[in-house]
Structures are given as structure tokens and as C-alpha cells.
Design a protein around this ligand. Structure first.
Ligand code: HEM
Length: 518
């Protein structure tokens, strides 16, 4: 038998790949860090990439693994790239807060040259551009801005209740609804109205354009699911595969409506003091990103900001809102206590609840939302990348360990697993808003509760998202009591191809007309 040159080359290539995989596989062993055994070359996350397990449940599984559960941190491999998973809250604080400057970037990244809308936005962008951009965008979500948005959100809340009133009755004064779709329509209408000054009408029309394109961003069919997984787990492949953060037609839709709205306002001089006005101001002030290379904030880079706010806001907010409604369905005492609180507020203010009352006079409402965000964090983990100055030998983890984190290593903070760790939240599966009462708050250890992330790179829209959830719950519970329906799921399972927490089951409930007596 004669060997061809190509056979020899194939064999050598396989041996080389095998060797590289074995070396990486052995990396954690060599450096003396606990790790979870993985398949060489493929790493620990193939099961997520291939959509065989929900990423939430898989990461919780390795967090409690016999090899890792006593450790402050442990190693995993994302394909052949080692990454560190933090378990110890003090260590999380050290990296994400005290030394945030070394961990300010995320490892996920879009393609700068072929996907400017995916790249030049607050979620993806890297420092020093990130710091500049965060400074430009933060004024869009100040308390003063939220206060101005409140009537617009209240209007969408009223539209939501009207859409429920229009449902056919199952029995006298009883209707049935599904919360995931209802909440997605509510939050899409809110973002369209408050940020873009557009009436999206998703609550009236399930096929409205805004809902259609929004659904496409989070429609985790096999291709979209793998694309999103690639941004997290294989960012180096993104430019080669020309992957885009937004589906192409969604990007074209958002670009068109944002550019049209900017052009309309510039032509008519109309102003609403909203996000689009802030974008126009940045453009007119010749705002740029970058120190040496100046990148003007106009065209696609301006569209990128609006598109990201749209993406970052509606699915996250609607996820927490729908799980809150689901838990209220299953916990009638909690619901009754919350409705009592709302009743008192309505007696005091009628329909016009002031902005400050949402923040200061409805503690139980805040507790219900906090507990929902604990049990159902939108993301399985948050992530950072170690970014050190040139010439640095690595980031020392002393006094926790003598391991030194090499430059560019990804660091994962498994928020879902930590939120459900009985060490920090006893009886973690129980929905118990009392954990967040004033008396109990100091029992929550810093960096064990992170639904909006942690450190300077935390969520920009946490107050905006929370305000929307509060208004929606108050509007809905003022008119309706929520009861279990025959189709209310007892236990939830999570979608394997979704990157945000999403149940396989519909969140059905019965709505019983039972006004709070206004
Ligand atoms: C309840 C609703 C929401 C939840 C649970 C949520 C959660 C999160 C989380 C976990 C992160 C990552 C933080 C980190 O890495 O430390 C994040 C980032 C972000 N969120 Fe939210 N979010 C919500 C609503 C919103 C809304 C309404 C907006 C729109 C204004 C928004 C805009 C952003 C942006 C722009 C970032 C990236 C911030 C940066 O990298 O500087 N989010 N969010």
C-alpha cells in the first residue's frame, strides 16, 4: 500500500489538532485550578452550541459539579480556549468592581468591518470607546427623562388592559391570556413610543411590523440560536462567517424607521425630549468616538445605538414581567398582598400615580419584582474579558489563589446558578418576596444578586425596565385578579436554543374582572 502525500498531511493535521486539544485540555490541570472535564478540542459548551441543553441549566450543573462546588472559581474550555468561571462573591466583586478597569470589556464581539451596527453599540463595544459611548448614552435614561416617559408608558399600560378587555369571555367576567406574548407586545410598544416616538400598535395587532421584526431578533430557530451562541462562545469565528448581530431584514427595518424619524424631526423641528432627540443632539454636536481615530456618531453608528436599546430593552423587560405575572398566578397570597398595596395607592392618588410613588410608596411591588429577577434572571451568566496593559504578565488572584489570569482570558459570572444557590438564598426554588424586605435586605451578600449585572458595565436601562414592569403590574392588577387556568404550567422547562431565559411552556392564566374599586 502506497501512502499519498495528502494522506500524510491529513494524518499530521489530525495529530496536530489532537495535540493542541490535549494541551488545552491539560491547561487547567497544569495550572492547578479545579476544572470540569470536557471533550478535547470541543470543550465544555458543545452541548449548548448544539442546543442539547438549556445554557442556564448546564451552567448551573457545572457550578454544582463535585469537582468545582468547593472552589472559589473553576476552569472550563470554550472549544479550545480556557475560560474562568467565578463562584466566590468576594472574587466577583474584586474583578468586576474593584479592578473593573482590567475587566471592562466583554469577550463577545461583533465584526467591526462588516457589521458596524452590531459592533459600535454599548453592549459589544470595547474600551476606550465603551467609556465614551456610555457617557453619551447615559443622559437618555436619567430619572428626569424617565419621569417624562412615565405618561407614555401609562398610556401603553392602558392599551394593554384594553387589549385584555377585548378578549372573548370564557365565563362571565373571566378571560384567558398568555403572558409571554402579551408582555412582549407591551414592552415593544413602550420602547417604540418612549424612545422612537412611534406608535407601534403591537397590542392591537399581533402582526405589527415592530413585533414582527422584534420577534425575529429573539426567534431562536436553529440558525439564529447558533448565531447568537457564536457571538458568546466563538467570537473569533464571527468575522469569518460574516455573522450579524441583527437579522438583516430587522436591521434594514430599524435603520429605515430611525433614519426616517431623525429626518422628519430635522425637517419639521419637532422635539419630544426622547432618545431620538438625544441622538440628533449627538450628531449635531459632532460627537465622535476614539482618541486618535475619530469615529463620528452619525449614520450607522447612530442607528446602532437605537437598535441596541431596542434589542436590550424589550425582551429583557418582558421576560421579567411575564415571569412575575406567572408567579403571581401561582402565589395567590403574594398577589393579594400586592393588590392591597396597589389599592391603597389608588385610593390616595386615583389613576395618576406620581413617578415618586412608584419608587417610594410601593415597597412590596419592588420586592415582588426583585424576587422575580432573582429566580428568573434574564441571562445565564455575564461575562468579561481580562484586558491588561501591554507587557503585563497577567492578573494575580492573590489572596484567593496563586493562579494568574492571562491577558484576554474570558471570565464568566454564573448569575442564574448563584441566584439559585441555597448558600446565598435558602430554599432557592421558593418564590418569596420577603427576601427583599427592608428587614431582610442586609442578609443578601454583595455580588450574589446580579440580575442587572455588576460593576460599571452593569445594565444601563435597569430603572427604565423596572419602571415599565411596575406600571404594567399596577395597571393589570388594578382591574384584574389573576387565577390559575387549566393550562397554567405547574413546572417550567427552559428552551434549549434561547440565550435569554425563555420557557418552553406558554404562561397561561385566567383574568378575573375584580376592580380595586376606583
Ligand atoms: C428587567 C429588565 C432588564 C434586565 C433584567 C437587564 C439585564 C441586563 C444585564 C444582565 C446586562 C449585562 C450587565 C453586565 O454585563 O454586568 C445588561 C446590559 C445592558 N442593558 Fe439591560 N436589562 C434590562 C432592561 C434594559 C433596558 C430597558 C435597557 C434599555 C435602555 C437596557 C439596556 C442595556 C444596555 C445598553 C446594556 C449594556 C451596558 C454596557 O455594556 O455598558 N436594559 N442588561
Amino acid at each position: 500500500m502506497q501512502l499519498e502525500v495528502s494522506d500524510i498531511l491529513y494524518t499530521l493535521a489530525i495529530l496536530l489538532i489532537g495535540y493542541l486539544g490535549w494541551r488545552k485540555h491539560n491547561y487547567w490541570n497544569r495550572v492547578g485550578v479545579p476544572y470540569v472535564l470536557e471533550i478535547p478540542i470541543i470543550g465544555n459548551f458543545s452541548t449548548i452550541f448544539l442546543q442539547r441543553h438549556s445554557n442556564f441549566e448546564y451552567i448551573e450543573h457545572i457550578y454544582h459539579h463535585a469537582r468545582t462546588r468547593e472552589s472559589d472559581f473553576f476552569g472550563v474550555n470554550i472549544f479550545t480556549r480556557p475560560a474562568l468561571v467565578l463562584r466566590n462573591p468576594d472574587l466577583i466583586k474584586k474583578l468586576t468592581c474593584t479592578d473593573a478597569i482590567r475587566f471592562i470589556n466583554r469577550q463577545m464581539c461583533a465584526d467591526r468591518f462588516h457589521d458596524s451596527i452590531g459592533y459600535y453599540n454599548l453592549i459589544m463595544i470595547r474600551d476606550p470607546h465603551w467609556k465614551q459611548l456610555r457617557g453619551f448614552l447615559s443622559p437618555a435614561v436619567t430619572s428626569a427623562k424617565l419621569k417624562r416617559m412615565q405618561p407614555l408608558i401609562e398610556q401603553v399600560g392602558a392599551d394593554m388592559v384594553a387589549s385584555l378587555d377585548a378578549l372573548p369571555e370564557l365565563r362571565e367576567r373571566v378571560r384567558e391570556t398568555e403572558f409571554k406574548e402579551l408582555c412582549a407586545r407591551f414592552t415593544t410598544d413602550v420602547i417604540a413610543s418612549t424612545f422612537f416616538g412611534i406608535q407601534a400598535n403591537c397590542l392591537q395587532d399581533e402582526n405589527s411590523e415592530f413585533r414582527y421584526y422584534g420577534r425575529k431578533i429573539f426567534d431562536y430557530g436553529p440558525v439564529r440560536g447558533m448565531t447568537m451562541a457564536a457571538f458568546f462562545f466563538a467570537p473569533e469565528l464571527v468575522p469569518y462567517l460574516r455573522l450579524k448581530l441583527f437579522p438583516r431584514d430587522t436591521e434594514a427595518f430599524l435603520k429605515a424607521i430611525i433614519e426616517q424619524e431623525i429626518a422628519r424631526r430635522e425637517k419639521t423641528g419637532a422635539s419630544r425630549g426622547d432618545f431620538i432627540d438625544s441622538m440628533i443632539a449627538l450628531k449635531n454636536n459632532n460627537a465622535t468616538l476614539g482618541v486618535t481615530e475619530k469615529i463620528p456618531l452619525k449614520g450607522d453608528i447612530l442607528v446602532a445605538q437605537a437598535a441596541t436599546f431596542y434589542m436590550a430593552s424589550f425582551e429583557t423587560t418582558s421576560s421579567v414581567l411575564s415571569f412575575a405575572l406567572y408567579e403571581l398566578t401561582k402565589n395567590p397570597q403574594v398577589q393579594a398582598q400586592l393588590r392591597d398595596e396597589i389599592r391603597l395607592i389608588i385610593r390616595k392618588y386615583g389613576q395618576d400615580i406620581p413617578y415618586e410613588a412608584y419608587a417610594n410608596e410601593m415597597p412590596y411591588l419592588g420586592m415582588v419584582i426583585s424576587e422575580t429577577a432573582r429566580l428568573y434572571p434574564v441571562l445565564p451568566f455575564i461575562e468579561r474579558q481580562c484586558t491588561l496593559p501591554e507587557g503585563s504578565t497577567g492578573y494575580k488572584l492573590e489572596p484567593f489563589h496563586d493562579y494568574v489570569i492571562p491577558n484576554h482570558m474570558p471570565v464568566l459570572i454564573p448569575i442564574y446558578a448563584i441566584h439559585r444557590d441555597p448558600k446565598y438564598f435558602p430554599n432557592p426554588e421558593k418564590f418569596d418576596p420577603e427576601r427583599f424586605s427592608k428587614e431582610n435586605l442586609d442578609q443578601i451578600q454583595p455580588c450574589t444578586y446580579m440580575p442587572f449585572g455588576v460593576g460599571p458595565r452593569t445594565c444601563l436601562g435597569s430603572h427604565f425596565g423596572t419602571l415599565q414592569i411596575k406600571i404594567a403590574l399596577v395597571k393589570l392588577l388594578t382591574k384584574y385578579r389573576i387565577d390559575r387556568a387549566a393550562s397554567t404550567p405547574e413546572v417550567l422547562t427552559y428552551r434549549k436554543n434561547a440565550f435569554t431565559l425563555n420557557s418552553n411552556e406558554g404562561l397561561y392564566a385566567e383574568l378575573v374582572e375584580d376592580g380595586l374599586g376606583m
